[in-house]
Design a binder for this molecule. Structure first.
Ligand SMILES: [Zn+2]
Length: 473
């Protein structure tokens, strides 16, 4: 394991919480001093901030690191890269198979309608293709892929869709872990490009919200933390069986519970799962993208009792009566504001008109007293917190329409979505102050010049525990 050297660093001429110029001394991974002037000490490295804003490092409160690493080696199958059936066929046919497979991600029905094996066979004849739907809940396999996995010969799992005569349609629901096990020999995805990309965007931490995370996934993430491939702090959610991590930059997060409106679980059993998480000293995080899912989750938390750290992932549809109950229970919500820009135009056609005013809310939730954090949900959303912040401020779709203008946040609130503590999304933002961990994001300009554009390109340096994870140039 790499020994993590404690850095001694003096940051000079920074803007800190609106004060400029400021010096910030870092020692032992923490902020030791903040003052107008500090004299450099022998052996201390120096970093000239040149007047740029020194912010708490960003924490992406919801993403999927292993899926993001895998997506880097996959064919994009949905908007904005691929929008038509012809573009999809071209993308799949020109893809270079890995281990005999073509892996696609980000599919949306607007490209070529609902996919099944026959449609994939027509798009990429003869190839073993698997395409993940943008929702993350569905994989679609071509006939060659179905054949490889033996799905027509009775290999089965709940979630393998079959037609009237029992033949696999190629559609696999919520079978990620099962599929990974079947595919077996796939090399572990390389997390270094993901770690570098997040560092470049000022992210000093990330919460992996993958429901199926268990011992194997934790081992991959801890190995990446130990090797430096992932320089960030990680909070790992997952199954009840997720072990306690041992790497100092990796912590265990909530038990992740997934709801799907089409097949809601037994209410008592679900409340018991929340109690089970609490009994094991963990919080519970519930995936809710519809009104009914949120109502179910809120009911279950009321039944089981809510604890600090309990959270609602997405809260994509949150009408006032449910927002009030979230606040009363002390549940925080982890939103994806950039879905407004990335998916907003499709929502107008797809979402129940009664739900539209309550879609991807931000300001209304905060006003109702719901602590609100945000995550990119990468790879299902773009892995750029700045884009999410910008969307939270502008609430514009790709076509330029505004969606839920009342829900827009001021840039400072948008930033705060990503600067609350990892275990308390929406809690008081972390500060650049003595005693705090030196997890920092340095911009190349003052906040006043950054707040109107909120662009990841402004990040000049990223420090995790005082160590430079990224420095421009
Ligand atoms: Zn997610």
């Amino acid at each position: 394991m790499l020994i993590e050297r404690a850095a001694r660093l003096l940051i000079e001429r920074a803007e800190v919480e609106g004060r400029v110029p400021c010096c910030v001394r870092i020692d032992g991974g923490r902020i030791a001093e903040v003052a107008r002037e500090l004299a450099p000490r022998p052996g201390e490295e120096r970093l000239d901030a040149a007047g740029g804003a020194l912010l708490p490092g960003l924490h992406d409160h919801h993403l999927h690191l292993l899926a993001l690493a895998a997506a880097e080696r996959s064919v994009r199958c949905g908007p904005p890269e691929v929008s038509t059936r012809e573009e999809l066929a071209r993308a799949l046919r020109s893809a270079r198979p890995r281990g005999g497979w073509i892996r696609g991600t980000g599919y949306h029905d607007s490209v070529a309608g609902p996919l099944d094996r026959r449609e994939l066979d027509a798009l990429a004849p003869g190839a073993a293709v698997r395409v993940q739907h943008r929702s993350g809940a569905l994989w679609v396999l071509s006939s060659a892929a179905v054949e490889r996995l033996g799905l027509d010969r009775g290999e089965d799992a709940p979630g393998v869709e079959r037609d009237a005569v029992g033949r696999a349609t190629g559609r696999l629901y919520r079978l990620d872990a099962w599929l990974r096990e079947r595919l077996g020999a796939e090399p572990a995805p390389d997390l270094a490009p993901v770690g570098a990309r997040l560092a470049r965007l000022g992210a000093t931490g990330a919460t992996d919200a993958t429901a199926s995370n268990g011992p194997a996934e934790l081992a991959l993430l801890e190995a990446a933390a130990a090797s430096g491939a992932l320089p960030q702090r990680l909070l790992v959610m997952g199954r009840p069986e997720l072990p306690e991590p041992s790497h100092p930059r990796v912590a265990r997060g909530a038990v992740k519970l997934v709801l799907a409106e089409a097949e809601l679980p037994d209410f008592e059993a679900f409340a018991e799962a929340i109690r089970g998480a609490h009994g094991a000293g963990r919080a519970a995080a519930v995936h809710c993208v519809t009104r009914a899912e949120l109502a179910f989750a809120v009911g279950a938390f009321a039944e089981a009792g809510a604890q600090p750290g309990d959270r609602i992932e997405h809260a994509a549809v949150a009408p006032p009566e449910l927002a009030a109950r979230l606040a009363a229970l002390g549940l925080c919500a982890v939103a994806q504001p950039h879905f407004v820009s990335e998916r907003g135009d499709a929502y107008a056609a797809e979402v129940d008109p009664a739900d539209l005013p309550w879609l991807h809310r931000a300001r209304g939730l905060e006003a109702a007293g719901v602590p609100l954090g945000a995550g990119t949900d990468a790879p299902f959303g773009a892995p750029d917190p700045w884009r999410a912040m910008r969307a939270a401020v502008e609430r514009r779709t790709v076509s330029g329409a505004r969606l839920g203008a009342d829900e827009a946040l001021a840039p400072e609130r948008a930033l705060a979505l990503f600067t609350s503590p990892p275990e308390a999304p929406g809690g008081a933002p972390r500060r650049v102050a003595p005693g705090a961990a030196a997890d920092l994001c340095l911009l190349d300009r003052p906040w006043a010049a950054a707040r109107d554009a909120l662009d990841g390109g402004f990040v000049a340096a990223t420090l995790v525990a005082g160590r430079v994870a990224y420095r421009r140039g």
